[in-house]
Design a protein. Sequence first.
Length: 295
Amino acid sequence: MDWDKLRVFHIVADVGSFTHAAEVLNLSQSAVSRQISKLEESLQVALFHRHARGLKLTEQGELLLRTAHEVIAKLSMAEARITENRERPEGPLKITTTVAFGSVWLTSRIKEFVALYPNVEVSLVLASTELDLSMREADVAIRMQPPTQPDLIQLPLMRLHYHLYASSSYIKEMGIPKTGRDLDEHHLVVYGEDAHPPVADLNWVLHYESYAITRSPVLQVNSIYGIFRAVQSGLGIAALPDYMSRESENLVRVLPEIDGPSVDAFFVYPEELRKSKRINILRDFLVNKVREEKF
């Protein structure tokens, strides 16, 4: 099987159209289409259903895509190991984590890492879903729960403590609660029904010392980053991890005697990258940052 055609097939399958694949590959759309047609002719099967709205893999196409993923993952691993034989850490390093943690905490610290290791090509993938590290969709992950896959190494990185926060503008307008029961009179921002928070009861603020059975929130959001932005805007009070308050000058902790739940964050990477210099320098860098900031 011709590798160039397989590579083109892999890109087309990922982006779902010849047009977008042509942009990625810097080829003409007709050249991409010809490569796919020749691959289908050599295999004597159709790999895509062609529709006006795009392309959909056939059953045979899905089988070939799984195989292509495996081949590309192994080639990426070989490239990484060859690169690691050099004296200085260099080469691509793809990091994935949640949108909230990546946007608020990690991105502001990556500048220093890049300055220390200019030959490491860092890319961040911030997503609400977990990428498959064993398939090399990313090299390393920072996750808010331990991984379930047996071939992944996990290192406890930090513990995220949740407390109640409001913006200074909200407090100026609505005042500050003195007791837990005062929350009955305040605007609360919480997780929505479609959210999947890392702990079971992050909406504890709705029933903490409440006269009512439960409080009605002013807003429900399906992500902690959305809650953070809503609180920053002055909409209301919410339970946020403390690291977010350190990154925002206008957040004020309210009812400081109340402790919310805690979440452990893990540094996760595949077993086969245990000796990778790029993984190790990133791990040490983050551990030192966490120690400096006294999580």
